[in-house]
Design a protein around this ligand. Structure first.
Ligand code: SAH
Length: 261
């Protein structure tokens, strides 16, 4: 702990983790306890919000599906105003601020206005989902990289994703914001050559009270998501490494596929 790392008029972008307050860093908790005002997203869990002292201003700025850049600009302006008023400002974000967290917009706006801003990392949902499922996102000889992909698009527009680069195998793919695009993800990956029997893990409300997971396969992704996820925050993991509970089987299956081309 550094006693002078949160002076009035400065801002911390703080990762709240996936929901369970025990998955926050000690630094995040300390910053929240010292803040004058906390701006938080819709996906920040109630258990995390309960850590904010009762005398601290709490401001909800999140929508479940933040779409309009105007809304982001409003948030940027609110942060700048709070810092300009000499407050210690915490901007609390679900998961890790650097993963689909719009943190660059906020950093840029705050720095342009002359305010000091720092980042406290958090556990991103993909890591928390893998931990809950008892799997590893990388798997020696099977999954050599992990891809964090946003499957959010403007309403009605096709996803702007390089499917061929994902479908080649050897990766674990974590789709954030992919619940409503599950059908498109399934069809595009298969069109790009991924096999329909590649394991998929659908993880909802990761680390929350309603946490649930469904292990399925790529060609059932749309049906499974529709019937399983409802409107919960949902992470979709795709790849040979995500076969929940059966890493040995997964490995041999992947090796068999490789051997047979
Ligand atoms: N910065 C966050 C991601 C923000 S994008 C992180 O690092 O995790 C928002 C998306 O994250 C949601 O649409 C969902 O796909 C995923 N997500 C966030 N919290 C989740 C949770 N508790 N369970 C499942 N998915 C979650």
């Amino acid at each position: 702990m550094q006693p002078d790392d949160f002076v009035p008029g400065t801002v911390w972008l703080v990762g709240a983790g996936p929901g369970d307050p025990e998955l926050m860093t000690m630094k995040a908790v300390r910053l929240i306890e010292r803040a004058d005002v906390v701006f938080y997203d819709a996906l920040v869990g109630n258990g995390v919000l309960a850590l904010i002292p009762s005398g601290t201003d709490k401001v909800s700025v999140g929508k479940r599906s933040g779409r309009h850049s105007k809304d982001q600009r409003t948030i940027d302006a609110m942060l700048v105003d709070a810092a300009a008023a000499g407050k210690r400002v915490v901007r609390l974000k679900g998961g890790d601020p650097s993963i689909f967290g719009r943190s660059t917009e906020e950093l840029t706006a705050l720095r342009a206005a002359g305010h000091q801003v720092q980042i406290c990392p958090g556990i991103t949902t993909a890591c928390a989902a893998a931990a809950s499922a008892g799997i590893s996102l990388t798997l020696r000889g099977v999954a050599r990289d992990v891809r964090f992909v946003t499957a959010h698009s403007k309403r009605g527009a096709a996803l702007d994703i390089n499917w061929a680069s994902l479908a080649g195998g050897g990766s674990t793919i974590a789709f954030y914001m992919g619940r409503d695009a599950a059908g498109e993800i399934m069809r595009e990956l298969m069109r790009a050559g991924m096999s329909g029997d590649v394991p998929v893990l659908i993880a909802c409300d990761v680390s929350g009270f309603n946490e649930r997971r469904l292990a399925t396969r790529l060609d059932l992704l749309e049906l499974a998501t529709r019937s399983f996820a409802a409107d919960a925050p949902t992470l979709i993991l795709v790849g040979e490494a995500v076969d929940e509970g059966t890493p040995a089987l997964t490995t041999s299956r992947a090796q068999a596929r490789q051997a047979h081309g």
